[in-house]
Design a binder for this molecule. Structure first.
Ligand SMILES: Nc1nc2c(ncn2[C@@H]2O[C@@H]3COP(=O)(O)O[C@H]4[C@@H](O)[C@H](n5cnc6c(=O)[nH]c(N)nc65)O[C@@H]4COP(=O)(O)O[C@H]3[C@H]2O)c(=O)[nH]1
Length: 794
């Protein structure tokens, strides 16, 4: 056994105490040479502190620390401590013992003496670092194997190369300076990257000291490979940079006994929250929570942290300035080397803007931009939920469809901006009347929908909607003008009228459609029967346009008689539809549909064309003083080019304008008296005859009547209905007198009896038409009647 490297004095003895071997330190400490010590018993060298008269064997001394005196060769007696350790683990059969001698404090030999005994060469080679000795010229005098490996060089190559060339060019001045500094000041240290012959790079922490080898001044030192440490330091630095420059807020908390205290926050955190790190260090991050919000999310986080697990949640926090922000938070646990969770890292993504954007998009996707009301998509969603709710709770809800009656006219006459203002005002009025839980929607154009979630009774609902209808009817003031937006309302109830949103919407739409055909500005509830009507209406609508194209329309003419002469002086053209399957359809059934759809315009043009054709034919037959009247719809009257087109038609047929009479109902005129006045003036300028139809039903004001350039007024049929009825007769008489007063001619329609005729004659009514004389006739029959000069009997 080689004991030389041991600095302590160790003897190896057998069981009897005879010295078998020893280390150099023994010689140094006790001064015996090898020959003298060999075979000597240990008691001769070490005097154990045994009780007098006893001679314990080595086994008895084993594993104990003994006070003793080391007897040196020169007679010195050193007080020592002695350890005796068996060299075998089998205590029953001990072989040899190590006797370790440790000098007492103050009795140690000089350290240098011990070091001199060290096997320096072996140690240098075994060092876990590079070792070098450099002379003043910067060349290696000594080195170990580790240096050769780091430099990827053979031993013979090393002394010829100046050490600075083992480093990158940029590092060389620093290296030289450090070595010189060691020569000058006795030592230095530095970190540098050494580059091997084949490019291997290793970072060392060099530490060197000045010395001399023989008489040659030198610097010797070691270099510990810190490449791995440097790499991890660098990686740490990169991560730290990433954290501090991250746009996401990062917070690190220390977790101890269920408490979480902020240990670090990055600049983004400070920026997003507005809190500087110094102010919140050591606090629980929950201090930022927005009270009363996201309770479920917060509970989820608490539970995850308790289980020491990661968690992700979206919640609201409060910035230092009091503003709430949306926070997409991810928290992850961090364990220490023992696997114990000591920290949590929270990454906060401020998604406030995204949330706002998302909400805005959601709002845009679900609301009408003009009025801010719900749009069709949102209404349908709400309706679905409401239907389900009423079905579950056996309650009742309602859907009301509102259509502004004359919106197109408003747009045409006042412009689109005024139209928009009316829509906004209507939206505001609707909101005013409805409850918070109800939904008000605009379906585009002039269609509004009200969803009433709880209907207490049909009567209460009707009251509410009537209130709505009246509020919509109130005049809207736009740019100093008064606009009257009427509305027709159709209502369906759920679940009675259907168990899904489509059915309910269709039912309300049908009811609304029906409300319109009933003369607008009214409220209709859906019913099965109504559905049938609407269905027919829609069928009619579909085939009506085809009918005009396919020449299924015919004109009949009801003669008009001069009451003084009894002579037929004219006729009213009345349109009929000769339907290929349903036979003759009366105008009362299809005129409202034509009005609604706008088909009345082409139909009305056809009627005028046909009537002009009939006038021309009459003239060819020599019938000159004959006037044909046609009914004019409000839509036709509103057409800007109407007068021009009418003039062109008259000219095309070569018909004198005064032979054509246009009948306009009183209510048409009174709806928009100023517009009507302008339109009538244009027609009058053309030279045609004008008359007010259904007079007495539209409440004309005298001032308007005076202004309208009309020639005739036609007493409404209803006033002649019952000649025995005093009230009616009074009105008829008054109308005749009023007409004559205004220098207008008066004609009575719907005359059916001799009594009616007598009454009219008595009160100087100018003309009459009615079944008493003749119903509407075909063109040919009329011509025959006029040619034969058939007269009204006296
Ligand atoms: N009870 C009764 N009724 C009588 C009597 N004499 C005539 N009538 C009917 O009374 C209606 C008179 O036409 P209106 O008041 O202009 O009422 C017309 C008019 O408003 C509309 N209409 C008819 N043709 C046209 C047209 O070409 N254009 C437009 N815009 N409307 C038309 O349809 C309505 C109904 O027309 P018709 O069914 O042809 O019904 C006609 C006619 O047949 C009578 O003694 N007793």
């Amino acid at each position: 056994m080689n004991l030389s490297p041991l600095p302590l004095a160790v003897f190896v003895v057998d069981a009897s105490g005879a010295v078998a071997s020893w280390n150099k330190a023994c010689e140094k400490l006790a001064g015996y040479d090898a020959a003298a010590i060999h075979g000597m018993t240990i008691e001769r060298i070490i005097e154990f502190d045994d009780p007098p008269g006893t001679h314990p064997r080595m086994a008895a001394r084993a594993d104990a620390e003994n006070e003793a005196v080391l007897v040196c060769a020169d007679g010195r007696r050193l007080p020592v401590r002695v350890m005796v350790a068996p060299q075998s683990f089998d205590l029953e059969q001990p072989g040899t013992y190590s006797v370790i001698v440790i000098p007492r404090a103050g009795e140690l030999p000089p350290r240098y003496a011990l070091i001199q005994d060290l096997p320096v060469g072996d140690i240098i080679e075994a060092l876990p670092c590079v070792f070098y000795v450099i002379d003043q010229s910067g060349h290696l005098l000594l080195w170990n194997r580790q240096l050769e490996e780091a430099l990827e060089m053979q031993a013979e190559e090393l002394p010829t190369t100046n050490v600075k060339f083992f480093f990158d060019e940029k590092d060389r001045p620093g290296i030289v300076e450090k070595i010189l500094s060691a020569f000058e000041r006795g030592g230095s240290w530095h970190e540098a990257e050494m580059i091997g012959k084949h490019g291997k790079r290793t970072t060392f922490l060099f530490q060197c000291a000045r010395s001399s080898l023989g008489n040659v001044p030198c610097v010797f030192g070691t270099g510990v490979d810190i490449t791995a440490r440097k790499r991890s330091e660098h990686a740490m630095l990169v991560r730290e940079r990433a954290m501090s420059s991250s746009l996401n807020a990062i917070v690190i908390t220390q977790c101890e006994e269920g408490e979480h205290r902020i240990e670090y926050v990055n600049p983004a955190f400070e920026q997003i929250t507005g809190y500087p790190f110094a102010e919140i260090k050591g606090k629980d991050p929950r201090f930022m929570r927005a009270d009363g919000h996201d309770l479920d999310e917060r509970r989820r986080i608490r539970e995850a942290l308790k289980r020491k697990e990661g968690v992700r949640a979206v919640l609201r926090n409060v910035r230092k300035n009091g503003e709430i922000f949306w926070n997409d938070l991810r928290i992850d646990p961090v364990a220490n080397l023992d696997g114990e969770i000591t920290h949590f890292v929270g990454v906060i993504n401020d998604i406030t803007e995204a949330r706002h954007y998302e909400r805005r998009l959601h709002h845009l996707a679900h609301h009408d931009p003009l009025t801010g009301l719900a749009n069709r998509t949102l209404l349908q969603e709400k309706l679905r939920t409401a239907i389900e709710h009423t079905m579950r709770n056996e309650s009742c809800g309602a859907l009301a469809f509102l259509d502004l009656d004359n919106f197109k006219h408003i747009n045409d006459s006042f412009g689109h901006e005024a139209g928009d203002a009316v829509l906004r005002e209507v939206a505001r009025r609707l909101s005013e009347n409805m409850r918070e839980e109800d939904t008000i929607a605009r379906f585009g154009g002039d269609e509004f929908v009200l969803l009433v979630c709880h209907v207490a009774s049909r009567e209460r609902l009707a009251d509410l909607l009537e209130r709505v209808r009246r509020s919509v009817m109130r005049p809207v003031h736009v740019d100093g003008q008064e606009i009257f937006p009427g509305t027709s309302i159709g209502v369906s109830l759920f679940p009675d009228d259907g168990d899904n949103s489509d059915k309910i919407l269709r039912a309300a739409d049908a009811a609304m459609y029906h409300a319109k055909t009933l003369g607008k500005n009214n409220l209709q509830f859906y019913s099965e029967e109504l559905n049938q009507i609407v269905h027919e209406h829609l069928l009619l609508e579909a085939s009506l346009s085809r009918a005009i194209r396919d020449h299924q329309m015919v004109l009949d003419y009801q003669p008009k008689v001069d009451l003084r002469t009894g002579k037929v002086v004219g006729a009213e053209a009345l349109v009929r539809w000769r339907h290929p399957v349903d036979g003759m359809i009366a105008p009362d059934r299809f005129i409202p549909v034509a009005e609604e759809t706008g088909l009345i315009v082409p139909l009305g043009e056809w009627v005028i064309d046909e009537a002009c054709g009939a006038l021309k034919a009459m003239r060819m037959l020599g019938i000159e003083d004959f006037v044909i009247s046609v009914n004019l719809s409000a839509r036709q009257l509103r057409q800007r080019e109407f007068a021009d087109r009418l003039g062109a038609t008259l000219e095309r047929h070569g018909v004198e304008p005064c032979k054509l009479e246009l009948e306009v109902t009183e209510s048409q005129l009174m709806d928009h008296p100023d517009d009507a006045l302008e339109a009538l003036a244009q027609l009058k300028a053309l030279g045609v005859r004008l008359s007010i139809d259904d007079f007495g039903t539209g409440y004309s004001s005298l001032s308007h009547l005076q202004k309208f350039p009309v020639d005739y007024i036609k007493i409404d049929r209803s006033f002649l209905g019952n000649v025995g009825h005093d009230g009616h007769l009074v009105i008829t008489r008054a109308i005749i007198a009023l007409g004559h007063n205004l220098k207008l001619k008066v004609i009575a329609e719907g005359v059916e009896t001799r009594e009616q005729l007598a009454f009219l004659r008595k009160h100087q009514c100018d003309e009459m038409q009615g079944y008493y004389f003749s119903p509407a006739l075909s063109k040919e029959t009329l011509q025959e009647m006029v040619t034969r000069d058939t007269r009204l009997p006296d």
